[in-house]
Design a protein around this ligand. Sequence first.
Ligand SMILES: *Cc1c(COP(=O)(O)O)cnc(C)c1O
Length: 370
Amino acid sequence: MLVWTEINLNAILYNLRQIRSLVEPKGAKVLAVIKDNAYSHGALEVAKAIENDNIMMFGVATVEEAIQLRQGGIKKPILVLCCILPEQAESVIDYDLVQTVCDLNICQTLSQLAKEIGKVAKVHIKVDTGMGRIGVHYDRAVELVKQVNQIPNIIIEGIYTHFSSSDIDQDYTLLQIDRFNSVLSCLKKDGIYIPIRHSASSSAIINYPSSYYDMVRPGIALYGYLPFASDKIQLRPALSFKTRIVYIKEVPPGTSISYGRTYVTDKTTRVATLAVGYGQGYNRKLSNRAEVIIRGKRARIIGTICMDQCLCDITHIPEASLGDEVVLIGTQGDQTITADELARKIGTISYEVLCGINANVKRIYNSDDI
Ligand SMILES: *Cc1c(COP(=O)(O)O)cnc(C)c1O
């Protein structure tokens, strides 16, 4: 195999337990966010690894993702975090999913379909307290809850909101928490009880214990990353991304390397060809920027990254040879490259680097000690 990822399920379990140790003393449970194939780690494998570790439910982006989990044997509740269109409502009922809703229309569709087959649709009301994405405006949330409560075969199991800046903006996050709290206190005043209230994703889990309520929704932290450095929690990156050296040559000074001649050697250079490119999710913007690890030493990517190949300067690693394992993300010897390191180099976030790893790249699972 020439390109693969290795996923340490024990690291994910470790991260989950770190999160649990923060939130459980405050009475909150965990919804594990495994959308987008668990941030590339493999949704079904991750779900199976953690489903018996005292989590309350799983969160996915789409009905299709949820169906795959059900077909893979996952029995735990699954919350679909995005809106659906009416044509997907039937699947929500058939597969016993919990659906995020933001308006009355979709609730009526769910209610009607559930009634036809004698089931009850479960929904969580999404409240927009300032994210500006999906959600009923916080001023109209109580009214929507009351309307939904009047239609049959549907129950409001949860109510939640999402923060836009809990990693960087305390004033704004506290304002969002206030708005959510005022919705909750109006409901309470009107004698309406909704069992699962939630708001915190990874950043808020670290920064805002007042946002835990009944449940928290970690995603990135499960996989070992956070949007910022923090000493409040220890996390272990779970994914390594690896390839191999498939060709080695020595070239004289003045040799241009790869498409567009963006790199020209200034010395006699030993160049290794690696069997990975942007087609597998090694971002082309990393051209001439990223480093990799070979034989425990860092080496620079030189020239433009191609679709399935890229080049690296191994002049300073004379022992490097054909077939050597090359670490793009992960640890070898005393060197480590994180998704954060790559993200910083190309102006994005660890989330996008991880999600960018193509689904066609083989995932190898282990439960190594961490
Ligand atoms: C993706 C997502 C999360 C998880 O966010 P992280 O920053 O990865 O922890 C939580 N809630 C919702 C609604 C999301 O879309």
